[in-house]
Design a protein around this ligand. Structure first.
Ligand SMILES: Cc1ncc(COP(=O)(O)O)c(C=O)c1O
Length: 441
């Protein structure tokens, strides 16, 4: 299967996702609407799991990085696919537990986990906590004593690999709020601290070098550096790490200029990483660690599209044409955050050739409220259904109620079905927690 197979143009000239006509979806569910293809998500989970089975004797686990897209249904799919998950907040943890996700397959992250988040994690028995602060070790140790538990932990390490991606989504360069650096000795220092904690079981290390990275060798290099560090810890402290979590970050196709990936590209990335781990483990005669990876974007990103209705169209002669839609930065803030690129298609006239370059604007009171800049489309008209592709990751999960816009619902398509997995938010939902105190009455 080619990963782009989820999208097709049908006989009516409409865009289809997962066998469902986007124009019909827009008519049935309204717009703006997030649509996710179930088969795509499952295919990606299986491809990664299969690579671990065949290339690493099954000695590892895929953890879906649920910050990319979090709701109860996605945790259910992950559970059915037999993979684990990574969560980064009490809210994600709560959602996963509410969906019945097995706690022992949950890995908790965060550079500043709140006491309550750590307490919830210990109490519900998450499999791993990735520690990213000295005081977190103390808090966790005390919490474990309180609840009579021993908690398995990893330490977040910065291997110092700079991968080519946007500045804000690089996480393992020297200046980062994440992790402890191998180069400056702090990774070693926190290892020593962790080993002294009576109620913590130090299992190994975690690193994540960034997101939207296509260079497979960057991941291999990070793996090599981690193994070398693990070997130093073994020699100096007789600590043999048994778990290595190499994070996520493999890229997806958004727009022209991105490499189109097939499923075999994704498995090849993992194979490259596995080969590096094996080679270094053999070189150091280090027991092969249990391997974790945390793909987020690559599991759900291209599985999703967002459908909009075209509204006002404004041409600034000699400058540009704005096509405004009924969404915006409240449901996709990625252009506003880091000028993310996207591809747009007129879903009701998908077979027509592009004739002009336009920018898709949102409806928010903010000039930077652009959904995607400089996309090629047939001449759009008010009422057209516009699809923005590859919005399955970091769109719904980053949505807000800015300007008191309602967060759009999410529909899952697959097996001939199309059903809500997140229902539409109402204005009543938006004002639910608002209070007018007596002194204002
Ligand atoms: C620790 C960690 N793991 C996994 C991921 C997922 O990355 P991606 O969605 O690019 O695969 C992230 C993303 O920021 C992360 O910070």
């Amino acid at each position: 299967m080619n990963v782009r197979d989820t999208l097709k143009i049908n006989k009516a000239g409409h865009l289809e996702i997962g066998g469902k006509d986007c124009v019909a979806l827009a008519a049935r569910f309204g717009t703006p609407l997030y649509v996710m293809d179930e088969q795509y998500i499952r295919a990606m989970c299986r491809a990664y799991s299969q690579a671990i089975r065949t290339d690493y004797d099954g000695n590892g686990l895929v953890l879906y990085a649920s910050k990319a897209f979090s709701c109860m249904a996605i945790y259910k799919i992950a559970q059915q696919e037999g993979i684990g998950i990574d969560v980064v907040s009490g809210g994600e943890l709560y959602t996963a537990c509410k969906a019945g996700f097995p706690a022992d397959k949950i890995c908790l992250h965060g550079n500043n986990k709140l006491y309550g988040e750590l307490e919830d994690a210990v109490r519900c028995g998450v499999g791993l906590i990735v520690v990213d602060a000295y005081t977190e070790l103390d808090k966790l140790d005390a919490l474990c004593a309180k609840y009579g538990k021993k908690q398995a932990v990893l330490l977040r390490v910065n291997p110092g690999v700079e991968a080519h991606t946007h500045r804000f989504i690089q996480t393992a360069k020297t200046d980062s709020k994440f992790g402890f650096s191998i180069a400056d000795g702090t990774a070693e220092k926190i290892t020593v601290c962790a080993l002294q904690k009576k109620n913590l079981l130090l299992k190994g290390y975690h690193c994540h070098i960034g997101s939207q990275i296509f260079e497979k060798q960057s991941f291999a290099l990070a793996a090599e550096k981690m193994l070398a560090f693990m070997e130093v810890m073994r020699r100096k402290y007789s600590f043999t790490a048994s778990v290595l979590n190499l994070g996520g970050g493999y890229g997806i196709w958004y727009a022209e200029g991105d490499e189109r990936q097939s499923v075999s590209d994704y498995t090849q990335y993992l194979r490259t990483v596995i080969a590096a781990v094996k080679e270094k483990a053999e070189e150091y005669e280090f027991p092969k660690p249990y391997l974790l990876i945390e793909p987020g974007r690559s599991i759900v990103g291209e599985a999703g599209i967002t459908l909009y209705t075209v509204g006002a169209i404004k041409e600034i002669p000699g400058v540009k044409k704005y096509v405004a839609v009924d969404g915006g930065m409240f449901e996709n803030p990625r252009y506003a955050l880091y000028q993310a690129k996207y591809t747009a298609v007129l879903a009701n006239r998908a077979a027509e050739p592009a004739t002009e370059r336009v920018s898709i604007a949102g409806k928010c009171c903010e000039s930077g409220d652009i959904v995607c800049a400089d996309v090629d489309l047939p001449a759009a008209r008010e009422g057209d259904i516009l699809a923005v592709l590859s919005t399955g990751a970091y769109n719904y999960s980053m949505a807000s109620n800015y300007n008191r816009n309602a967060v759009p619902p999410v529909v899952l398509v697959g097996g001939g079905r199309a059903e809500y997995i997140v229902k539409p938010q109402t204005y009543e939902d938006i004002v639910r927690n608002d209070v007018i105190p007596d002194f204002l009455r």
